[in-house]
Design a protein around this ligand. Structure first.
Ligand SMILES: C[S@@+](CC[C@H](N)C(=O)[O-])C[C@H]1O[C@@H](n2cnc3c(N)ncnc32)[C@H](O)[C@@H]1O
Length: 247
């Protein structure tokens, strides 16, 4: 079945995404660096700077993958849970936690970091339990964006903030066409080289085609009760970091 058809329905996308990330998990760190020309770390640092966690803040990193954002939040003194639906991603994240890991110990609360397998569309946490919810390349991958935002809103404490880094869907048709063509070509080449399957990383442009784009995500965040929603353009607007607060 063509990739576009495989992810055309919520159920199809859920199935496709689960197989995809289980397949690429062991190469994920390499791929992230290769596809972003090493810029991804900088973008994630910017997200964590915007989050500016206080020591002891309770943070949840959704679609945590191998844990980059979770580790960065913990290094700033937050108590972090990283959650991902792919068991292998969580194993890899967990393997980076040194025994007795203590990212930074300031103030009365000792920073802690743990990883759990779970679905960001049905979070295994009570209402109002986190000061910060982050996600890197998470919102674009879920089969139901509104439900994902509703869950983020539910688990945030009043005054808590959400931040999300993701690709944007440029509104300019020409920019979008060139951008997607570029990602398609690079994705197909990497997919063939690493997995003998050109579709593996063509999923990125395919999912961007389905994605409503940064401005529409701001509207969705506001509709779901998050306030002050805005996005910070990254890489000239080809990527975006969203930030919003639960009132
Ligand atoms: C592109 S990776 C991002 C990993 C990490 N956040 C980063 O920025 O490097 C997307 C992650 O989303 C996870 N994912 C996809 N659907 C999910 C869901 N419904 N719930 C939780 N995680 C999900 C995948 O398993 C994968 O690890």
């Amino acid at each position: 079945m063509p990739l576009r058809d495989s992810i055309a329905t919520p159920d199809g996308k859920r199935r496709y995404v689960r197989v995809l990330f289980a397949t690429i998990a062991d190469r994920y760190d390499f791929i992230t660096v290769a596809l972003s020309y090493g810029q991804d770390r900088r973008w994630k640092r910017r997200l964590v700077d915007l989050a500016s966690p206080r020591a002891g803040a309770r943070a949840l990193d959704l679609a945590t993958g191998t844990g980059d954002i979770a580790f960065a939040l913990a290094a700033r003194g937050a108590n972090v849970v990283g959650l991902d639906v792919t068991h292998r991603m969580i194993e890899l994240a967990q393997s980076k936690v040194a025994p007795g890991f203590q990212p930074r110990d300031r103030g009365p609360t000792r920073a802690a970091l743990r990883f759990v397998v779970g679905d960001m569309l049905a979070l295994p946490f009570p209402d109002a339990s986190f000061d910060i919810v982050t996600t890197g390349y998470g919102l674009r991958n879920v089969p139901d964006l509104t439900l994902a935002i509703r869950e983020i809103h539910r688990v945030l404490k009043p005054g808590g903030q959400m931040l999300s880094l993701d690709f944007n869907r440029p509104s300019n048709g020409l920019v979008r066409a060139v951008y997607l063509m570029y990602l398609n070509t690079v994705g197909a080449t990497l997919g063939w080289m690493l997995h003998r399957d050109p579709d593996t990383y063509r999923y990125i442009p395919a999912s961007i085609r389905q994605y409503p784009g940064a401005a529409a995500v701001v509207r969705l965040l506001e509709e779901q009760g998050l306030s002050g929603a805005r996005y910070y353009p990254v890489l000239g607007g080809l990527m975006a970091i969203h930030r919003a607060v639960r009132t």
